[in-house]
Write a protein that binds this ligand. Sequence first.
Ligand code: FAD
Length: 319
Amino acid sequence: MDRTLLKEPVDIGRLQRFATDAAAVAGVRFFEPGPDTGKRVAIVGGGPAGLSCAFSLRRMGHAVTVFEARDVPGGLNTLGLSPYKVTTEFALSEIEPIRDIGVDIRLGEAVDHARLATLREEYDAVFVAVGLGPTRSLPLPGAELQGVEEALDFIFQAHTGPMVDCRVGRRVVVIGAGNTAIDVATQAVRLGAGSVTIVYRRGPAEMSAFAYEYELAKQDGVAFEWNVRPSAFLGTDTLEALRVQPVTAGTLEDAGEPRDIPCDQAILALGQTDILSGLKADGEGVFLGGDCVSGGAEVVDAVQDGKVAADKIHAWLNR
Ligand SMILES: Cc1cc2nc3c(=O)[nH]c(=O)nc-3n(C[C@H](O)[C@H](O)[C@H](O)COP(=O)(O)OP(=O)(O)OC[C@H]3O[C@@H](n4cnc5c(N)ncnc54)[C@H](O)[C@@H]3O)c2cc1C
């Protein structure tokens, strides 16, 4: 006999989404700052990790200032997620409750090593959550041609300006096969590219993109070139083709003759670079978390990192 009339598990995530959306529309305020502790914490980086840490610390009663290099808060949650998944407006609206409980978010304030040293003197603790840097480059002949660009710039443009102004090629190739590559490819399709091809030097079993993202790309009509290694960007001034060298699956050794894939836009999605420059938590008031430590995960991981860091910082302030 069925233990429940339900044929599927209760969709808890969607129920939470429904309840919190309704509460947000009604202007319900769930959280308040804690009683003032007199302690001050600086957060470097206003992405999910930095903001969740700031929010938690403020609820504990600490004064928190977030220093964010860009002129919009939220990090990749605001600018990096595909707009058809999360709009810029929605991402920004989720930051308002953080401001509402008194977190001071300062935009356009990039913190370098010299500034970090002064923050350590001015504040009781510092949390560094700067995320990762730009996409890794691919130093091939022709990499300077117009039409060769990096994934994050391509994705950011759909958040920072009108869709009609977004640059997209007629024939787009995306180099790499992680989740970012899929996001770039599906965004290119939605922006009106005539054809989009993902180029990867290994096979589908080795791609790091989630299976459902791969399915989405296939449904969007994205083509895949497996087991080919890009060897040159071809063209005069502007990109005309990507030369690829077929390789043997597994060994990556050259196999057969190079061939050219015609394209006017090639987008590099080869993973992001580290920007910490060796900075480490020092046990003396400097804490780190989020993508800059994990090497890149999901928003929920960064948010959890921020909460865990807030607990550690709180304990350190009360030592
Ligand atoms: C293209 C792409 C798509 C993604 N899609 C998803 C998705 O669909 N779902 C999901 O869960 N996750 C997704 N992720 C992953 C997710 O966005 C990240 O894991 C998460 O945003 C990491 O949070 P963070 O706070 O550590 O770093 P970030 O979000 O990178 O935030 C770091 C912040 O620090 C700021 N900063 C950097 N240097 C300085 C400095 N010197 N001074 C001051 N501020 C500085 C940056 O401007 C940025 O705002 C995606 C990632 C990418 C790249």
